[in-house]
Design a protein around this ligand. Structure first.
Ligand code: FMN
Ligand code: SF4
Ligand code: SF4
Length: 383
């Protein structure tokens, strides 16, 4: 393994991680075999697949799209299986093992947390945000939308275990920062932001709108993940980092090292990935870590603290942004007339003959042509 990974260690929620890349709870962390693959691939830690008090008949179903996954269901680990998994991977790996738990009443939440601590988990992740299971103990759709219920549950669990407690939050809360604050006040050591938001499944439009997922007889809304949710996840990280004094594991749409840098710039201490590995395999972990390390070297950042949270300095409400006039021009020596910049429906400023020309009178200053040009032929100048 690359030595550099050892220089990238972070402390998150009192856990020492050899690097900030954690495999999120899901189908990648349900067996010792896959957790060992994650370790071999360089991960800094794993959050094991959701443990529940009683067996539940659920199977993984997911719809893959270039921008992410839609998943209405996955297997759950009944407590006995989860205990076996955690004790096995504590023996066979050196990874930080965080146990993701979900129950339906106070006693079983606490019992589950204690069982996972006894099995050897280094920390508990309270799943107050599962998009596929209802919440009990609250009249909200998700427990993580209810500040009082979150505070009570977190307090109950914190007072019964001696390992760190992390709360996994839903982006569907009205104000995620106030939920994170409730977790902090109740003694949580960190939060994971975010779990998958809900979305509608794809339809078989040539077959009466039936499900397209194989082997299901009906639709349900389900979790959406990957690129689809990155802007929501980054906003949640930023909201929490800006207002709450608690460490954050950024999660949602981190598909490559640039996304990881953004999560840290918004204030995350570490990050969790799921869809990136599901779609691209375990090798993506080394790509992300190598990319992150190369980026830090290039930028002269000696550690994560050098750039953690720096984007928050530019965060303002929309009403607080000043817009300056710009001028966009085509460098005729670079343009090859490919036509890519001429496709936008909102733009009547560009004409393409042999090369592109921009009419400044019609230009809206949006800047999109500059972003799309494959030859960097469009320059932005003060207006
Ligand atoms: C098939 C599947 C199963 C998941 N299972 C769990 C789970 O058991 N517990 C949990 O907290 N989150 C679960 N998640 C959510 C992920 O941990 C993660 O929060 C989400 O996928 C967003 O990250 P990503 O964009 O990197 O995938 C699951 C997601 C998927 C797609
Ligand atoms: S996208 Fe760039 S290279 Fe292509 S026509 Fe426009 S300016 Fe020229
Ligand atoms: S900046 Fe926007 S409006 Fe102006 S030329 Fe480019 S795409 Fe058109």
């Amino acid at each position: 393994m690359n030595d550099v990974f050892n220089e990238m260690d972070v402390w998150f929620a009192d856990l020492h991680l050899k690097n900030p890349c954690i495999i999120a709870s899901g189908p990648l962390t349900s067996t010792p075999e896959k957790i060992m693959m994650a370790e071999k691939a360089g991960a800094g830690g794993v959050v094991t697949k959701m443990a529940i008090p009683e067996p539940m008949d659920k199977k993984m179903r997911a719809w893959i799209h270039t921008s992410g996954l839609f998943s209405p269901s996955d297997e759950r680990l009944p407590v006995k299986k989860a205990v076996k998994l955690v004790s096995a991977v504590r023996k066979s790996t050196d990874l930080a093992i965080i146990s993701n738990i979900l129950a339906f009443d106070v006693d079983s939440w606490v019992g589950l947390a204690v069982s996972m601590e006894n099995a050897g988990a280094h920390a508990i992740e309270i799943n107050m945000s599962c998009p596929n299971l209802p919440s009990e103990g609250s009249d909200k759709k998700f427990l993580g939308q209810d500040r009082k219920a979150v505070k009570k549950l977190t307090k109950d669990i914190v007072s019964h275990v001696s390992i760190p407690v992390i709360c996994k939050l839903t982006p569907l809360a009205e104000d995620i920062a106030s939920i994170a604050e409730a977790c902090r006040k109740a003694g949580a050591d960190g939060v994971t932001a975010i779990n998958a938001p809900l979305g509608a499944p794809p339809l078989d439009i040539f077959n009466g709108g039936r499900p397209v997922l194989p082997g299901v007889n009906a639709h349900s809304f389900g979790g959406i993940t990957g690129e689809w949710i990155k802007p929501i996840a980054m906003m949640c990280i930023a909201e929490i980092a800006d207002r709450v004094d608690i460490q954050i594991a950024g999660c949602g749409g981190i598909m490559g090292w640039r996304d990881a840098v953004e999560a840290i710039m918004w204030g995350a201490t570490c990050f969790q990935i799921n869809t990136a590995v599901i779609m691209k395999g375990f090798d993506v972990i080394a790509q992300i870590l190598n990319g992150l390390e190369g980026y830090m070297r290039k930028m002269g950042y000696s550690d994560f603290d050098s750039f953690r949270g720096i984007a928050l300095g530019y965060l303002k409400p929309s009403s607080g942004i000043r817009f300056s006039d710009l001028r966009f021009e085509v460098d005729q020596t670079l343009c090859n007339g490919c036509g890519r910049c001429g496709v936008f429906g909102h733009c009547t400023a560009i004409t393409i003959d042999e090369t592109a020309v921009i009419d400044p009178e019609k230009c809206l200053n949006c800047g999109m042509c500059m972003q799309i040009c494959p030859r960097d032929a469009i320059v932005c100048l003060p207006g």
